[in-house]
Design a protein around this ligand. Structure first.
Ligand SMILES: *Cc1c(COP(=O)(O)O)cnc(C)c1O
Length: 478
């Protein structure tokens, strides 16, 4: 390219005023549809990119205004897109931590909106006309459902454990089995949380076996707590032994040391009635006499992110008055969602029906197959009418779903999936295209096919998914 050609290219670049005044830009700025400063920034970036393309000899055609305004509009639209947004979870992993764990029940969504649209009685006692307590909105429900004397809800279960350790055992020793020094994804590790709380962790037993005598020998004057962590995301199998909560509670009572159990996923009803592995329930741990039990709000409970602490009244009072309780407290939207979710537990059948996490986990195989057949038929039709037709390979097959979220370790739940592949593009490319859809779809790749597990697809999801895939099929066919 001659220097003359290059300067002709530079001269073809519109200036900022031309871009801001162009059709499709000036009008949307004038109506306030797009913020002027953002458009300006995107226009500058676009011009900069074009200049550098010319400088590097990557551009041989003169630049036209329409092309620039289209790029600017696309850049502005991308910048206006919310960062946190809805996705479709077709992975079959029900409590998918990366995809936001539990989907909220309808009634919880309604309560979040109702209590966020206007002012609320968050810390106001309506009957008395005076200051109230934000904790009151969920405490009595938690106690009613679990049988606890007192309860407190905080930011998440990591916060629940941190607050419990800090309030009950800072500057003292906390005894824990070596078999329970768990790491939960996202950097929650028992030894680290112990250190952060100011308690001194005392490990007892071995990786595979810990006996009651190991705890008994370790208890001394400076012991603040006996701590048990439910190994909710892995299983110890083979030559193993853990001390039961009953035995720990007896030892704690004898030596005057409180016992805390971190249950992790915190299930409130017996899932074995639905063919899932039996998990220790919160009610069982409290009935056995644990002083404090902690668990997550968004794992098996199926509510918003929260950490629930329940147990003895006198012990909870110490937690409530610790400065960290204020730092870790819940906001009104979460409280509204948590209260509405907990209310559903007054009737177990209602809970299983209306809490999406429980409904997904307990969805029977016949229903999964039915749903998968329906989805497959809709996708087959979309493929045929888009012209992709026989180039789409599609089949319903049996697979396994996972509970996820460090819940029900090792439990594989039989499910039905729609498996899909096409000769038009590789499975990896197809998976990428799915993530780029307006409502991104996250699916599983297995043996060169994409799997859509219906266990984690709601009716709403399917209504979005089918037309999105129809558009994608038409692009692939075109
Ligand atoms: C999940 C889990 C946690 C952390 O709970 P978050 O709600 O994610 O903070 C702590 N302990 C156990 C045993 C868990 O399973």
């Amino acid at each position: 390219m001659t220097p003359g050609d290059m300067s002709a290219l530079y001269r073809s670049l519109p200036n900022i005023d031309e871009i801001l005044g162009a059709d499709g830009i000036a009008d949307v700025i004038a109506t306030g549809e797009l913020p002027r400063d953002l458009v300006l920034r995107c226009a500058r970036e676009e011009l900069e990119a074009l200049r550098s393309a010319i400088a590097q000899g990557k551009r041989s055609e003169p630049v036209v205004l329409d092309e620039v305004t289209a790029s600017v509009r696309a850049a502005v639209a991308a910048a206006q897109q919310p960062s946190l947004r809805r996705v479709i979870n077709a992975t079959g992993i029900v409590i998918h931590t990366n995809l936001g764990r539990s989907v909220l029940p309808e009634s919880a969504l309604e309560e979040v909106i109702a209590t966020s649209q206007g002012y609320t009685n968050l810390e106001y006692d309506i009957a008395a006309g005076e200051r109230g307590h934000r904790g009151d909105h969920v405490e009595s429900l938690i106690c009613e459902i679990t049988g606890a004397e007192a309860a407190l809800a905080v930011n998440n279960n990591a916060a629940a454990v941190l607050l419990t350790l800090a309030a009950l055992a800072a500057g003292k020793k906390t005894i824990v089995s070596r078999g329970q020094l768990v790491e939960i994804g996202g950097s929650f590790r028992i030894p680290d949380i112990m250190a952060a709380s100011g308690t001194v962790m005392v490990e007892v037993g071995t990786t595979n076996k810990t006996h009651l005598s190991d705890y008994a020998h370790a208890v001394g004057d400076r012991t603040g707590l006996l701590f048990k962590a439910h190994t909710s995301n892995y299983q110890l199998v083979g030559f193993t032994e853990e001390v039961s909560l009953v035995d720990l509670v007896a030892l704690g009572a004898e030596r005057g040391v409180p016992v805390v159990e971190d249950l992790g996923s915190g299930v409130l009803l017996d899932l074995s009635a639905y063919g899932l592995p039996a998990e220790p329930t919160v009610q069982e741990s409290l009935a056995v006499g644990a002083d404090v039990v902690t668990f997550s709000g968004d794992k098996l409970l199926g509510g918003p992110q929260a950490g629930i602490i329940c147990g003895k009244r006198s012990v909870l009072a110490r937690l409530r008055s610790h400065p960290l309780a204020r730092a870790l407290r819940l906001d009104k939207m979460t409280l509204a969602a948590l209260e509405a979710t907990l209310r559903l537990y007054r009737d177990p059948a209602t809970a299983v029906n209306l809490i999406p996490t429980l409904r997904a986990l307990t969805m029977p195989m016949e229903r999964c197959r039915q749903q998968a057949e329906q989805l497959a038929a809709a996708l087959r039709e979309a493929a045929d009418s888009s012209g992709l037709g026989p180039a789409l390979n599609l089949e319903v097959c049996g697979e396994m779903s996972l509970a996820g979220g460090g819940s029900l370790p090792g439990a594989e739940i039989p499910t039905a999936v729609v498996a899909l592949a096409t000769e038009k593009v590789s499975t990896a490319a197809l998976e990428q295209r799915l993530r780029a859809l307006p409502v991104p779809v996250v699916a599983r790749v297995h043996e060169e096919r994409l799997l859509f597990d219906v266990r984690t697809l709601s009716d709403d999801d399917i209504e979005l998914l089918v037309p999105e895939l129809a558009t994608l099929f038409a692009e692939l066919a075109g």
